[in-house]
Structure formats: C-alpha cells, structure tokens
Design a protein around this ligand. Sequence first.
Ligand code: DGJ
Length: 708
Amino acid sequence: MTTLFALLASIAVLHTANTTMVLETEPGQELKTIYYGTKLSESETAMLGSYKVQRTYPCYGVIGTEEAAFAAIQADGNRTVQLRIESAETSSWDGGNQLCVTCKDGFYPLTVKIFFKTFKDQDMIETWTETINEGKKPVTLTRFDSGHLPIRVDDVWISTLYGTWANEGRVNTEPLTRGWKVIRNIDGTRNSHTSHGEVMISLDGKPREDAGRVIGAALCWGGNYELRFQTNDSDYHHFFAGILPEHDNVVLAKGKSFATPHLALSFSNDGLSGVSRNFHRWGRKYMLRHGDQERRILLNSWEGVYFDINEDGMKQMMDDIASMGGELFVMDDGWFGDKYPRNNDHTSLGDWTTDTRKLPNGVPGLVKAATERGIKFGIWVEPEMTNTVSELYEAHPDWIIKAANRDIVKGRGGTQVVLDMSKKDVQDFAFSVIDNVMKENPDIAYIKWDANAPISMDFSNIAYWQGFYAMVERVREAYPDLTIQDCASGGGRANWGVLPWFDEFWVSDNTDALQRVYMQWGTSYFFPAIAMASHISATPNHTVFRTTSLKYRIDVAMSGRLGMEIQPKNMTEQEKDICRKAIADYKRIRPIVQFGDIYRLVSPYDNRGFASLMYVAENKDKAVAYWWKIANFYDEHFPRLRFAGLDAERSYRVTELNRLDISPLAYEGKTFTGRFLMESGLEIPATNNVEWSLKSDWSSRVLLLEAL
Ligand code: DGJ
C-alpha cells in the first residue's frame, strides 16, 4: 500500500521533545501509520511522502491476509468491520497534545475512536481506542487491542521480561524472526508473573543500553493481556497489544461504549536506558502515586517473624528500626482473625478483626508505640481474597469466584480463593478493609496491599478489573495521602495498569542480593527506583539459602527504595552499626536514586563478572553509581568503570558510600571532570579490602559523585 504524501490533505503530526509520529488521517479512508521515530522538522516530515504506510488499527473481515487489531460480530452475524475516518481532532493539554480520530463503520452503526496522547517532555505517546455501539442491537467485540504498531524490518530485537514467584523481572532478549511471538498472561490477578505486559523493541540490532533506536511499549492494564509480534514475508513487523480477549467477549448493548486500556509508547535514540528514562519520568509524574515525594525507609516484619506476630515482638522491631534511623515499621501478615486466628496461610483472609490474643492493645496500641518511637506505622492487608476457612466465607460463600457446576479451585494454603470483585457488595467489603483500619487508626501511614491467588476458574477478567478499579479509586478518594504498596506474591503487580493507585511495588519475595541484581535490572526497564521496594534481609537467604555479605546486601538494596526485611534482634551490634550508617548514607542519596535518571552501564546478563548502573540527578549535579560483582574468582581483570549521563564540563568529587575497606580508594575525595569519568573511567578494585572478620566472596561499591 503506497501513498504519495503530497497528494494528501490530511496528515496528523504528533511531536514530543525528541520524537515524531505521523499518521494519515484522510476523511473517508482508513487511518494509517506513516512514521514513528526520531523527531522530524517540518521539511523532513514532508520528505515522508514516498514512505510506505500501514493500517493503524486493522479490523477483521475485509483486509485480506492482514492480522487484525479489532474484530466484532454484529447482531445479524456479520463478522466484518470496515472503519472509515470521519474526523480527526487535535486538542492540547498541559503536558502535550491529544489526537482523536473518529472512525465509523461504513455500514453498521459502530464508531471507533482512536486516541493518541503525547507527553511532550517525557517523549511518551499513549494510544487507546473507544468503541461505541450506536445501533439498537448488541454488538460483540471479540478482539479489542489497545494499539498496533507497524515496525519497519531491520535487525529488530525484542527484550521482554519473564519470571514467576521469587524470580521476577528476568530479561529475555531475542531477534524478531518470521512467524509469531506472543507474550501473554492468564493469571487473572497478578499479571507480571509469568510474563510482563511491557516490551523493548530495539531497531538497530542486538540491544545496547546507551545507543541505538529503541521503542518501549507498556500496556497499562492490571489483568490478562496479550502482546503479539507478527512477521510475515513483508516490509514490516506488526506489534499488537491489548487485553487478552479469550476470557471476555465484550457485548455492547445499544448506546454502550468500551474503552481499551492505554498502550504507552516511547521512542529513544539512546538505547534501552534512554527509553527507561522516559518511562521513569512519565511514571513518576503522571502514573505513580506521590511520584514526587521521597519514600520512607522501613522495616517490614515478614521475613523477620513471618506469622509470629505479638505486641512485644512488634515493639522490639520498632525499637530496632528506629534506632537504626529507619522511618517506618510495617506489620505484615498474621495480625488478624478471631474464630480462625491467622497463624499460617490456611485460614482467616477476610476476617479483618485484630487478634487481641496476639495484640492486646490492638492496632491502636502499635500505632501509639510507633509514634512514641518517632516512626510511622504500616499494616498488611489482602482485601481481594478469602480462605474457605474463614468467617467471611461462612457468611458469604457466594462472594467468591467459582464456575457453576464445578468444584472450587483453591490456591495458597490449600484454601485461598479470590473474591468476585465484579459484585458491588464485594467492592464495598474490600473498600471497608482499608476504611475500617484507617478509621480506627488515622495515623497509619502505609498499607501493604497483597494479592496471593490467581483466578483459577472461568471468569470475566475485565469484570474483575473494572470492579477492582472502581474499588481502589474509592480507596484513593478517601485516603489520598496514604502510601500504598502493591504486592502480589512478590512482584506480581509490577505494571502501569495498577501503579496509578499505588506508590510502589514489592519487587520479589526473593530478597537474595545476587538474584535481585538480575531481577531489579529487568524491572528497571520500565519502572523507576522510587517504586521498587528493595530490602536488606538475612543470610542464609530464606529463598535461595545463599550467604552474601551484609555490605553486598546493602549495596544492592540501596539501588531501589531501601528497606529492611529481617529480624534485627538476630543481628550483631556491628551489623546494626553498618545498617545505621547505610541508612544515613541512603538519606543523602535518596533524591538521586528516587528522582534521578537511570543509566545502566554493564548488564549482569552479559556475564562479564560484574554489573553496574547509576542514577544522575536531573540537573546533573549529583550521581550515584553501583558496582556489584556477580561471580567470584581469584585473579580477575575488570575494565575501568566508565560512567554516563554526567555533565562533561563539570568536575565531580568522588566519595565511596558504605565503605568498609581498611583504606580508602585511591581517588576517595578527589575530583574528576565529567568527561574523564565518562570517557576514561575509574579503577574499581576487584575485591573489598576489609578486615579478616568481614572478608567474604562478595564485592561491591557505591560511589557518590558530587559536582563542585
Ligand atoms: C506474599 C508477599 O509477597 C510477602 O511479602 C508477604 O507479605 C506474604 N504474602 C504474607 O502472607
């Protein structure tokens, strides 16, 4: 399909600071994509005249052998859709522009609006559609992608994230070859386990962090999804992304409409890290709750005591975190249940009454204790779930998701089931879980919101998530200031479809520092450090049983939103001192980590024996760099560490943080130009030179760079 640009009257040109998207919007024709990539001037845009174009939103039925992004069945059984542009309107908003292309079916009373919203300063474009049934009879939508992007063939590679419980955010990199590549999730509640709904598309060969044209795409949806790449013997790869339609045919009654979730796109010429920086800036400014506010340093009780909750124990943990300079204590699972005390994961979800056998002064007693220690208090809940052994289930067996005529499929603990969030009563109940806790304890500052079971039986996933969004929106209206962590069996909800109501997510239940280097690396492709809860835990690690040095655990945890996940009473005074100092150091670098730009330098996936990344403050006056060895052999030879993102013309003083070495690094306190640091780099000793009792097979460094 070739069209001469010059002949067309209607072209929509969308610009961000560094990117351009060009669409053909000729009335009476189909919407077509001409270009998405680096920013073009007006005269360069006119040069696109000879470019081939592709349908932007191909619809099933009359497009020959092209794959469709949209399909619908009319009441008379007709399965074809043919959209023609009626109008294309551009409007502006504070952060950019919005294009709405209204398309009508040539025969049936069906309207599809295709939207593009630019975020100028973040180089992001969101696209989505809204379908309206203007007829009298129902229409059934059988496919309803959020968007389709034609990608010109070249040496195109994709980087996707896969994983499961305790191994989230792992990077998979591969070239796009002929045929299909499908990434999907059918968990129902935790859509970043198994696969992620985000992908990096590198256009210039094997992905690089610092160079090359890359498109990043993230589907902003909490439920089941499908990302599809199709490559035929043609000039284009076709990328489709949307809600997985298999579990949901959307039936639109007369006058009803359906809007897809947004697909967020970003283009950068600066490699994978360039796209990540765009996603992080957009995420902090427009998506994440309180993305402009520093996060508190916390101790979470889970790995320290698991279900063994009692008042004295909680107070002891509060004493310890307060004494180390922490700012918040979070009581995890195990604090509730009356008839069925929550002593393990077999019972009690849904019975959100405090177990006063464990906590005689209730939650208010703990909030008071936290206040007395000068810290804030947080609490764990799991509002969307119940156990079949619970008072809630006994009272409302009809509230759970269950296929008719089939036995219940149970999850965690052999009894966990998911509440049917499409029911208004259930939404009210889930809201009341937060509301009751907050009404009783208005000073609670933090909620850890967990979700530990999939939807295991046939059920409308869209209905579940529409109910979830309605309920969580109520929570946010009532409690706008609360910090809420999204946790779902670890990192099961690391996605931009959930985070707009949350402040952060728990990256993984696996707190092993080495595996975290790999998991946090992948997760940082799309999510900023401020959102990635990263905790110092005990060794041997409770999941992989690896023993790492405390310094290594600290140095890894400090690259995200720092916290602790440990029983401090089992730590020595020396270990507490090390943590106290680390917490003080983290407070110094917190704004750089939490609001800075990421530059991933050396990937753990490249197997070079070490990994390194850094954050640079927006005005480039400060940066913090992390270097972690990922394997230990004697007589190793590493390159100098070359930094990135600095101001070449400014001079930076180097200070090592979390220093345990007997003697300082040769360049401690010295200054170097940004150019030197980026082009020549610094020597990083292969091992930490520490006293005998601290020697281990782990080595790491954290370097603070401060412009003079
Ligand atoms: C799963 C979470 O990922 C853990 O951090 C912890 O909160 C447990 N649930 C509690 O049951």
